[in-house]
Ligand binder design. Structure first.
Ligand code: NDP
Ligand code: 2IT
Length: 445
């Protein structure tokens, strides 16, 4: 590795101990950028990489709220405002018991490069809380969201930092957070995206991450002489990203045979009944295991990581970080997988990614493949600023154009650096290009 890149990575690990996910995301990106620093030794004297790896601001705060039994609960909230060179901080909020500073920083760091790739004017940030929404009543969710926003509101703004959803944060949570922001800040502005259509949201934002993922994977397959049509597809997770990735896959002629949640997976050789999955997950907020009560020919396996042992040509990990390890990657390769598209953020471990790249499997990294969600958030911001609404078709068409453009940019960057099939390299370098231009233009600040 380039000596400057290696030094900054070593320093990052020493200065931020006990942050394994942040180290992992940084290692992948800095290894790719190493090739750029070979060509541009002048970046070292500008301290460019040192500035990029240090968040502009990290806010950590107490979130006290009262549960239905009248007991006070206290959670830990975060907002990492990582980089605002290209535009206001932008990135989701995650509610999950696993949330900690390392996870917030890996997500925020990835978001900078992802948002750059979208070509829209947004910087990178991420937030969340170690709150577990599972099993909470609607009133508890509301009180928690209000408590979370009662601190977050002073750090965000339509031109400063614009959060959205992520794991555990969907339309319901955005609604409660927006309502409370509006009340205490006394302004009805586009301060969150993923809003409901009745109060300033954008058509197609709900579908955008999953649809965008499949647009990009389809583009990648076509570029390398294949097609999504007729392929067997396995999708992990059964949340927002997974459901709409499944929907678009089916629309484009792929056959989805498996989905999962954190307890287990379902396998339906006849093809997943997506209306049933939506009913279970979106309407009833149930578990994926309920699927086999209706679809008698399908089977449920109570070990979610085994989903990757199902033979398929296309694998779309859409649940969470590090859900696809080296054994899973080997099983997929052995069973003839031709393409992997990351709907989740960093779902594939570094070692597993290497297995795919070495085997010549087409691999679309999350920061490119799942960028359709945040890109459509930027389209929501544009509509808010205009006080206008665009039709579903208009937003979807723009999303499609953005994903095609991302694929073009990352494959060109990969080719420019002599590894045309290495889209991990291509995405990191293409994302860095605009970021570095903006940061160098701003000087030392
Ligand atoms: P949801 O909360 O809607 O769904 C998450 C899904 O992943 C659920 O099926 C959940 O199962 C499963 N899951 C969560 N944690 C784990 C875990 N530790 N192990 C196994 N499965 C797990 O979230 P989203 O669909 O919005 O997000 C999924 C991924 O996509 C995340 O990595 C997120 O960062 C990323 N992403 C999301 C975007 C968006 O616009 N929403 C945009 C870009 C990326 P269970 O119900 O059992 O917890
Ligand atoms: O990881 C992500 O890109 C998201 N959770 C979406 C962020 C956004 O601001 O729409």
């Amino acid at each position: 590795m380039n000596a400057y890149a290696q030094r900054v990575l070593d320093e990052l690990k020493a200065k931020n101990p006990n942050e394994p996910e942040f180290h992992q995301a940084a290692t992948e990106i800095i290894e790719s950028l190493s090739l750029v620093f070979d060509k541009h030794p002048e970046f070292e004297s500008k301290g460019l990489l040192e500035m990029i790896v240090e968040p502009e601001r990290v806010v950590s705060f107490r979130v006290p709220w009262v549960d239905d039994n009248g007991k006070v609960q206290v959670n830990k909230g975060y907002r990492v405002q990582f980089n605002s060179a290209i535009g206001p901080y932008k990135g989701g909020i995650r509610f999950h018991p696993s949330v900690n500073l390392s996870i917030m920083k890996f997500l925020g760091f990835e978001q900078i490069f992802k948002n750059s790739l979208t070509g829209t004017p947004i910087g990178g940030g991420k937030g969340g809380c170690n709150f577990d929404p599972k099993g909470k009543s609607d009133n508890e969710i509301m009180r928690f969201c209000q408590a979370f926003m009662s601190e977050l509101y002073r750090h965000i703004g339509a031109d400063t930092d614009v959060p959205a959803g992520d794991i555990g944060v969907g339309a319901r949570e955005i609604g409660y957070m927006f309502g409370y922001y509006k009340k205490i800040a006394n302004e009805h502005v586009g301060v969150l995206t993923g809003r409901g259509l009745a109060y300033g949201g954008s058509l197609a934002r709900k579908e955008a991450t999953g649809y965008g993922l499949v647009y990009l994977v389809s583009e990648m397959l076509t570029h390398f002489g294949n097609t999504l049509k007729g392929q067997t597809v396995v999708i992990s997770g059964s949340g927002n990203v997974s459901i709409y990735a499944a929907e678009k896959t089916m629309q484009l002629g792929g056959k989805v045979v498996a989905m999962s949640d954190s307890n287990g997976y379902i396998y339906d050789a006849d093809g997943i009944d997506l209306a049933l999955v939506k009913e279970i997950k979106e309407v009833k907020r149930g578990r994926i295991s309920e699927y086999v009560q209706t679809r008698k020919n399908a089977k449920y396996v109570a070990k979610h990581t085994d989903i990757w042992t199902i033979p398929c040509q296309v694998a779309l990990p859409c649940a969470t970080q590090n859900e696809l390890d080296v054994d899973a990657a080997k099983a997929l390769v052995k069973n003839g997988v031709i393409a992997v598209g990351e709907g989740a953020n960093m779902p594939t471990t570094l070692e597993a990614t290497k297995v795919f790249l070495d085997a010549g499997v087409l691999f679309a990294p999350g920061k490119a493949a799942n960028a359709g969600g945040v890109a459509t958030s930027a389209l929501e911001m544009a509509q808010s600023s205009q006080r206008m609404f665009w039709s579903f078709e208009e937003v979807d068409q723009k999303l499609h154009g953005i994903m095609v453009n991302i694929f073009k940019n990352i494959s060109c960057a990969a080719a420019e650096y002599g590894q045309p099939k290495n889209l991990v390299l291509g995405a990191n370098i293409a994302g860095f290009k605009k970021l570095s231009e903006a940061m160098l233009a701003h000087g030392v600040c």
